[in-house]
Design a protein around this ligand. Sequence first.
Ligand SMILES: [Zn+2]
Length: 360
Amino acid sequence: MMQVGTRVEVDSHGPGIIAFDNGDGTWNVEFDDESEGDFETSQLKVCGDQSLQQLSLPPEIVMESGVRRVRQPGVETKPKGWTRFVCFSNTHGKHNSIPKHHCPEADVLLHAGNFTNTGELEQVKDFNEWLEAYPAKYKVVIAGNHDITFHEEYYFDRGAERFHKQAVPDQNSATINFEVKPYDCSKARGCLKDNIYLEDNAVEMCGYTIYGSPWQPEFCDWAFMLLRGQPMRVIWANVPECVDVLLTHTPPYGFGDRTEENARAGCEMLKAAIEQRPVSVNVCGHIHSGYGCSSDDITLYINASTCDSRYRPINPPIVFDLPPPEELRAATRRTAKRNQIEQHSACRGEHAGDAVMDLV
Ligand SMILES: [Zn+2]
């Protein structure tokens, strides 16, 4: 049967998997060679072997800290005493269209923001239902620039006016008036019920410290935005010295922040903040085209954007395992210290970003 998750073949493209139902009689297919395209049902041939094993795997990443990217969550088990995390971001109200095979079990689910289009409370409630049904013990969420009802100051000042106007026909004069129909933002967080919502604060989870923040450098006029430079520096100054997983909506500059126009849009101040303290993992979203993993020696950087640039929720979540907290911290610190010593003793003329591996 033709459905999301079915292995199919298309002439001149080879085998792949149906990633998305476009809803117009065509299907989006992700091919094993990492290309993709939209096809009509008549162009698809269902593969005899429906096994996912043949799919090409993302690159292996094992950090010196022990952090390990899990390439086949359904197949690879985590070592005893370790904790598994599954990361989503930028689902934009499409959570129910995420294919089942993109929802692997985990201990902790992280969502790096933009779970709605423009903070509609119905969408937040629906997202919460999806979260509650997800096979993970704990769920940790931050907001993003689209989740405007979570940023009360912005919403009252101009967000509601900009995004939540409704047409009201005037019976007498045959004209259409526009009225602002704002949501009650005081109810936004409550819609996430018992799931953990972070906003410039931390939570201890399975022994790890997770800190979350929705802020990002200004780009058009959305929620949780500040000017680059000093205002962003102030935000990151709140990040504790000891943080294992840093959950941010914006990527740091240089990691998972390439726009479609090939510019780097990440936050320079976030990058500086991560360099100043040993952070084992940074999980972000925001820039859909930045999806994937990259790393320096110390930190694993994950851009978990679930939607691609066309707002289709087809990117698989990124899954990683962490060693027990004490082990992780000791190894991350050791690596950070060694790098500091190397940096002091070496004459560094070149840009640090040049050493970055970009691994999607
Ligand atoms: Zn964003």
